[in-house]
Design a protein around this ligand. Structure first.
Ligand SMILES: [Zn+2]
Length: 337
């Protein structure tokens, strides 16, 4: 066989394939494929003929054969086998297929609910970066150089000097006050990071909602009022709020606040460990030093600030006893909500 004959044979095979595939029933396509492209098919035979050609013709003949093979393959890929008639396969006694419907993660549900309630009380939502500077995370918040929170054991510092992953949402307070004149009434929800040892109540990341209200004649009573209004909406009408004295660098006076246990109504139970109270978080009146750092005059304005751990509140709400469950994305756990 010479090159001319080889090439003529190829084009005969191609035109045969074209006309046979075009007129084929879908059931015979597999047979046709075997006839032209199969292990004992026409094209395989042609490939074997290659070896009998003179050496110098083989490259060109091989190229022609490959092109033809591709063309035949594309004939088959262009043909879509018609679907089986659907009634032949339909079994009306089979149970229906249940679509999988996603739900809102309990943490996200809690966060949205918290934001909703404060929004209803006239707070707008502010946000800030999770990568912060030491200035916004500590200095501007009146946190002394030697404060233990700054310790490398407690904070994730970034390689870039002076930068860290924020340990609280309070830096947003400073950013908002720098960019806006009083009055200010915001909440700042967001992720925070601390180098805590992980256990059932600590995780390396957590969600905080920060609240800040600055105006004239703001008092600690306003703070207690807003937290009580929140607790009543979130948990129920009977919930009471109590303050315990505390210390934070950025508020003076500072308090920790508790909600009365909704499970036992303050009588003492397993959930509240017999105390009748659930510790929620910290709050207080904005320290004059913080106002100065943000460019406000502490003789002109007062304000309160509060923080709220969303995981803690979700755990109280849903009776979850291990914070890690909120981050493990275990479907068996999440599907309960
Ligand atoms: Zn209780």
């Amino acid at each position: 066989m010479d090159l001319e004959e080889f090439s003529r044979k190829l084009s005969d095979i191609l035109s045969a394939a074209e006309s046979e595939v075009r007129s084929a029933e879908s059931s015979s396509l597999a047979d046709l494929r075997a006839k032209f492209l199969g292990r004992k098919g026409e094209m395989t035979k042609m490939m074997k003929h290659l070896a009998s050609l003179p050496q110098d013709m083989r490259p060109q003949a091989g190229k022609l054969a490959n092109e033809t093979k591709k063309k035949i393959e594309s004939l088959f890929s262009g043909v879509v086998a018609p679907q089986k008639k659907s009634y032949e396969k339909f079994d009306p006694t089979l149970p229906g297929r249940k679509p999988i419907v996603g739900g809102i993660h309990p943490l996200e549900w809690t966060l949205r609910r918290i934001v909703d309630i404060f929004y209803g009380m006239g707070f707008s939502v502010a946000s800030g970066p999770e990568m912060e500077t030491e200035y916004y995370n500590f200095d501007a918040l009146n946190t002394p150089e030697d404060h233990p929170a700054r310790d490398i054991q407690d904070t994730f510092y970034l390689e870039r000097k002076g930068w860290l992953l924020r340990t609280q949402t309070s830096p947003v307070q400073i950013r908002v006050m720098e960019s806006q004149k009083p009055p200010v009434k915001i909440i700042a929800p967001g992720r925070c990071y601390r180098r805590d040892a992980i256990d059932s109540t600590h995780y390396y990341t957590f969600t905080q909602v920060e609240g800040l209200y600055v105006d004239r004649d703001v008092t600690l009573a306003d703070l207690k009022g807003v937290l009580t209004a929140f607790a009543k909406q979130f948990i129920g009408e009977n919930v009471r709020v109590r303050f315990r004295p505390h210390f934070f660098p950025f508020t003076e006076p500072s308090v920790e606040y508790d909600f009365s246990c909704p499970v036992c109504d303050g009588k003492g139970c397993r959930v509240c460990k017999g105390t009748g109270w659930l510790e929620i978080s910290g709050a207080g009146m904005v320290d004059p030093e913080v106002f100065k750092a943000a460019g406000y005059d502490p003789d002109e304005v007062q304000g309160y600030a509060f923080g709220m751990g969303v995981e803690r509140i979700a755990m109280v709400k849903f009776g979850i006893d291990d914070i890690r469950l909120l981050y493990e994305n275990d479907l068996a756990f999440l599907e309960q909500f």
